[in-house]
Design a protein around this ligand. Structure first.
Ligand SMILES: C[S@@+](CC[C@H](N)C(=O)[O-])C[C@H]1O[C@@H](n2cnc3c(N)ncnc32)[C@H](O)[C@@H]1O
Length: 388
């Protein structure tokens, strides 16, 4: 495909996304239909699509329309590329710009320029304070790919050298002693020996930093209550000699955990909800709760535009319920590690304050906020201790 044809394909895919289809599904269907598209074409089209979604508001304003075509014109202008050089009408390129499109000039408001959802501006300003502009700007860019070195199997420099031999170039990242940022060869990671033999896992650097800061008990029982695919469970297992029990309200989300744990040589056992009471109490419960994902909008930009007030309120309610539920399962003297990948106070500090107000036996031992400006996703961690 020519570079112009890739932009045309992105415009079509963006039209379906704007009509309500998940971008990932539209991309997969497009790739199936487009046998002529090689792996480089697919990667480039995908990048255009997700770049446009990350910058949806500013690109629509600069492009003159919230359509696939408008977003592509806006995206090109934002990148300093003359749209006339791409919308040529030749071959499979988009049709040339009309006079109205060519002469469109937009003066963007600050929230448009920062791709901030209008309705959430006040909450984000209150949550981020002086960092509002910097964090929102960072969230408009692509996320880095990070690996976690499995410290039970290797050290960071040896893993880095093994990856280099397989054509994957990495550098250490300051957020965590196990974090490697992939500089080149990210698409080769899944097939690499280092990955398949459990030397490294894919995990955001800030997610690793959060796991590093969770205080593990000396022995005893650890429950990962919202385990999902097991990212936190596996990171903790590398530092913990005992068994980690993984649970999720949707057990199908944990289906990859046994294979991932085998690869890493980790002791992680999945539990069904009905089995929880029989294993309680726990010395540590990790509650990596469902949240807005606002700290990870770089990685999942669709979530930014999908979120609304009712959805956020519902998430906050679920988080409060989970906190109360896990508190009932913690041992005397035990801890809860409350984690979100949100940058919103309502899901972070406000949840901790509300929980402590209703729970005399509990205190907050530490609170950490990891900003997306530090290179990884935005995360929040509160360690709550039961005085017993
Ligand atoms: C942020 S994700 C977990 C990510 C995971 N810990 C990791 O590090 O890869 C939140 C998870 O919470 C689960 N969940 C949602 N509501 C829940 C509930 N009421 N109880 C337990 N898990 C829940 C979701 O299915 C989802 O997998």
């Amino acid at each position: 495909m020519t570079p112009d044809a890739r932009y045309a394909a992105a415009a079509d895919i963006l039209d379906s996304y704007l009509a309500g289809d998940p971008a990932e599904r539209v991309l997969t269907n497009w790739a199936r239909r487009s046998r002529f598209a090689g792996s480089r074409d697919r990667a480039a089209v995908r990048d255009h699509v997700f770049d446009a979604i990350r910058q949806r508001r500013s690109a629509a304003a600069i492009g003159g329309a919230e359509t696939g075509r408008g977003l592509v014109i806006g995206l090109l202008r934002l990148a300093g590329i003359d749209p006339d050089s791409v919308l040529t009408g030749q071959g499979y390129a988009l049709a040339p710009m009309s006079e109205a499109e060519r002469s469109h000039v937009a003066t963007l408001t600050e929230t448009e320029r920062l791709d901030c959802p209008e309705w959430l501006e006040e909450d984000l300003r209150a949550s981020l304070g002086a960092d509002f502009e910097q964090v929102l700007s960072v969230l408009r860019s692509r996320a880095d790919v990070f690996l976690r070195v499995n410290s039970a199997r290797s050290d960071r420099e040896s893993a880095r050298a093994a990856l280099r031999e397989e054509g994957i170039d990495c550098e250490p990242h300051p957020l965590s002693p196990t974090a490697l940022r992939v500089i080149d060869g990210a698409r080769r990671v899944h097939l690499s020996r280092s990955y398949q033999e459990g030397l490294v896992e894919l995990q955001d650097a800030a997610s690793q930093a959060v796991s590093d800061r969770i205080p593990l008990p000396d022995g005893g029982r650890v429950l990962d209550y919202c385990a999902g695919g097991g990212g936190k469970s596996l990171a903790l297992a590398a530092r913990f000699a005992g068994e980690i029990l993984a649970h999720d309200a949707s057990p199908e989300r944990m289906r990859d955990i046994p294979a991932r744990a085998d690869r890493a040589g980790a002791r992680v056992r999945t539990l069904r909800s009905a089995e929880l009471d029989g294993r309680a109490p726990f010395d540590l419960v990790v509650a990596d709760v469902p949240c807005s994902g606002s700290g990870a909008w770089r990685r999942q930009p669709e979530a930014k535009w999908r979120l609304d007030r009712a959805g956020l309120d519902q998430l906050c309610e679920t988080q409060a319920v989970i906190l109360r539920r896990v508190a009932d399962r913690a041992a005397p003297g035990g801890a809860i590690a409350y984690v979100t990948c949100s940058i919103l106070k309502a899901e972070n500090e406000d949840q901790v304050t509300a929980f402590l107000a209703g729970s005399d036996d509990w205190t907050c031992e530490r609170m950490d906020r990891l900003s997306p400006a530090s290179g990884g996703d935005g995360f929040f961690l509160a360690v709550l201790r039961n005085g017993g």
